[in-house]
Design a protein around this ligand. Sequence first.
Ligand SMILES: [Ca+2]
Ligand SMILES: [Ca+2]
Length: 511
Amino acid sequence: MKRLLFPGLALAMLFPCFLKAGDRPNILFVLVDDQSPFDLKVYNPDSSQESPTIDKLAAGGMVFDGAYHMGSFSGAVCTPSRHMIMTGRTVWHLPNTQDGMHCPDDIEANVMAEVFNRAGYDTMRTCKKGNSYAAANSKFQVVHDATKRGGTAETGSAWHGDRVIEYLEERESAKDEDPFLIYFGFSHPHDTRDGTPELLAKYGATNHADKATFPPANSKQPALPVNYLGEHPFHHGHPGLRDEVAVSGVWERRDELTIRNELGREFACNEYIDQQMDRVFKKLEAMGELENTYIIYTADHGMAIGRHGLQGKQNLYEHTWRVPFIVKGPGIKPGTRAQANSYLLDVLPTMCDFAGIEAPDSIEGESLKPVLTGEKETVRETLYGVYCGGTKPGMRSVKKGDWKLIKYDVLDGQVRETQLFNLAENPNEFLAEHGKGSATLTDLAENPEYAEKLAEMEALLLSEMRRLDDPYRLWDQPDDGLTPPVETKKSQPKKGEKKSNKKKKSAAKAE
Ligand SMILES: [Ca+2]
Ligand SMILES: [Ca+2]
């Protein structure tokens, strides 16, 4: 990553309309837990999700159409995702990957809060507890972490909103004028998706918890997703995966009643979050701080909930690999969009650029500032994705331009699948099972017409795996002399084992 010799000066040159000498911007980082970009109207105009605050944020800033999380080596996709956010490092170079062999020993001195503490920022955080990066979280000067997934103000998202408002009120009474970094995290819409009674009613959903029955149909519920399937055409490769078998209200069901009710619950939780953001934005406005604050809105990863017959976050389709990503702040042209090709590990270097702080050498992400100022459409050409929290080597994806490859090498060789999509023509990644009856609205990997493109994408995937120190190789790749990391027993099913066999025993925690 390029280092700025005179970061404050560079920033002032980029945002001349705004920055005065010594006038450092605030940063409000909003992170929701498990949200597909396609829930939101900003990304999916057909969605019945109402999110007026997010709509307003998007209208006042820039929406990224190509923001991704890089992936996970664990069923708890949250955990590596949050490590990438805190360190700006790639998925195989994290402190919790392969005993940190690809990570500097002093990484904790260069996590998000420490970088901003050193620069004289006031730092505050509220978020869920667990499946995160505790050592980095504890570095914020003020921390209010608790997992709040209930349907009341005290037990739900309003609790996180209250903590931020409280913090802002304290700053106000103390007349504290230091710039701040607030990490405004939520525990929802991660399951259990218990919404407030009012919002559940709005989306026709119930907090269904009785496995013996199905939730009632209700015309107010969100429609089935456009790429919904009753089941995925082949096994995803993580037997007993909590998200796919054990989420309360869904379990292993993919029927319309269950999925539409669960989406209604998700939308209710999303809108409750939207209301909390509105409260905080209004407070900032009343304090006269809103215009001087960069706001970044994103999620730790996407989510399936019926799309492609999947329920969880452990896949590499766009609904789950992508994240919502919206940025508003000084110098960013309102109502703009960009492809960006960004990862969540770009958040920290971007924040550093906003604040005129020299980014630590440990950061591998790219500052998104050139995209936000309209100088560039993207910060990289190729995107890599991994999910290998189940059987190894797992799933991999690579995307370049309109083309995307996903490969599955799981269950001890029982599932070896390749998918090729042209996302310009088939953005919903329709498969043959969706029955679109079109030569383009399907997976193109088996179509000889695209053999050359397929070979190109396969080569690109291998080069990304090498570049990023992916310790595994797939069945049709050279082994490169690698000895794959030792697999844990939990994720290694016996040959021929069906997903139902092990679900109780190994329903791994997956937050
Ligand atoms: Ca999550
Ligand atoms: Ca202070």
